[in-house]
Design a binder for this molecule. Structure first.
Ligand SMILES: C[S@@+](CC[C@H](N)C(=O)[O-])C[C@H]1O[C@@H](n2cnc3c(N)ncnc32)[C@H](O)[C@@H]1O
Length: 335
């Protein structure tokens, strides 16, 4: 189905949203987010908006409610403009591909464990709805860690969906258990909070750091990665899935982004990870048929060696998002 049809546009260039998104209760929660949250937590709604508007490829029954009307309309306008100007890539495509890459690698990781109970730890979970949308998490305990106020308002929004007569999807948690962990990753006690919530270091685990590392300072990001690396030593099978911005991407962000790595495949082994694989948006495992114009920006970047910072064609910085998978040392020895 064409994206334009799926986006249910009205005659104006407004996106037609379901009643629930525009209900007083949902609007009131988003107003609180608008007025009380900083840009760090607000970023969680942007990724939800992309998942909602790329709904023909990402099945997320909560994304529209979690994103809220304003962000949905804003992204919809951008996507519409991109399509009308025949842009080589449409806004939100990178986030859609990123979501699908994490989904695919998560499923592959769980299958590689060969059965049994699995833990999925989402650090900086934001408005992630994997607990509700992925059937292969049936035997998985999910830990969603984020700031306390984000966890609270996300739960309030989900309660609105459940209570609503608009709950067409009959929303249920598809994982075995869903546990919220209110914590700040900058505080060194976050792992203790996770453990206090029921995380067991010996159980097979997938760690997901999606859209979070670059919001942290260098020291905080390294503390998080090193803490995970130490936790992996106690786990029979574990996989880390994370995205990294390179220096050029972070430099363009006016202080919003901080941590970067141009070579996560060198950084991670230094702190104890093995089998590090790096993909870029547009690679065969990170494409999903969504980058149809052969001259799209991601394709161009992929053709330029990673050591090159400036695109000689137009002098622009080579901003890159690396999608990275790594395992703990024991399974590295097995393979
Ligand atoms: C861009 S969002 C990504 C959310 C989610 N992983 C996704 O892909 O939809 C970044 C998330 O990281 C969270 N975050 C940022 N810094 C954090 C910290 N120090 N501790 C806990 N969560 C943090 C924010 O609150 C936000 O929910």
């Amino acid at each position: 189905m064409a994206e334009e049809e799926r986006a249910t546009s009205s005659d104006t260039d407004q996106l037609a949203l379901r009643d629930l998104v525009m209900s007083d209760a949902v609007r009131a929660i988003h107003l609180t987010i608008d007025t009380e949250w900083g840009s760090l937590q607000q970023s969680a709604r942007q990724t939800a908006a992309a998942r909602a508007l790329w709904g023909h490829v990402v099945n997320d029954p909560l994304a529209d409610v979690l994103a809220g009307e304003q962000l949905l309309q804003g992204l919809y306008k951008k996507m519409r403009r991109d399509r009308m100007s025949n842009a080589k890539e449409v806004s939100g495509v990178m986030l859609a591909i990123r979501t699908l890459w994490f989904d695919a690698r998560l499923q592959a990781a769980i299958e590689s464990f060969g059965g049994g109970h699995v833990q999925l730890v989402l650090l900086g979970a934001g408005m992630d709805a994997r607990a509700y949308r992925l059937s292969y998490l049936k035997e998985t305990t999910i830990f969603e860690l984020d700031f306390p106020d984000l966890i609270q308002l996300k739960s309030d929004l989900i309660r609105q969906v459940v209570a609503s007569s608009d709950n067409q999807t009959n929303l249920t948690v598809s994982s075995d258990r869903l546990i919220h962990v209110p914590a700040d990753l900058r505080e060194p006690n976050w792992l203790q909070k996770l453990t206090d919530s029921g995380f067991s270091p010996g159980t097979n685990t997938v760690w997901i750091l999606e859209g979070i590392l670059y919001y942290l300072s260098y020291d905080d990001a390294m503390q998080v990665l090193e803490t995970i690396a130490r936790a992996l030593e106690k786990t029979a099978h574990a996989v880390l899935l994370a995205d990294f911005m390179n220096k050029s991407a972070v430099s363009l962000s006016n202080d919003m982004y901080q941590f970067y790595s141009d070579w996560p495949d060198q950084l991670l082994p230094r702190i104890g990870f093995c089998n590090v694989k790096v993909s870029q948006i547009g690679d065969s495992d990170a494409n999903f048929g969504l980058l149809t114009d052969p001259e799209n920006l991601f394709e161009r970047r992929r053709k330029i060696p990673r050591s090159v910072d400036i695109d000689s064609l137009d002098g622009s910085p080579c901003c890159r998002l690396y999608l990275v998978e790594a395992t703990e040392s024991l399974s590295g020895e097995d393979s």
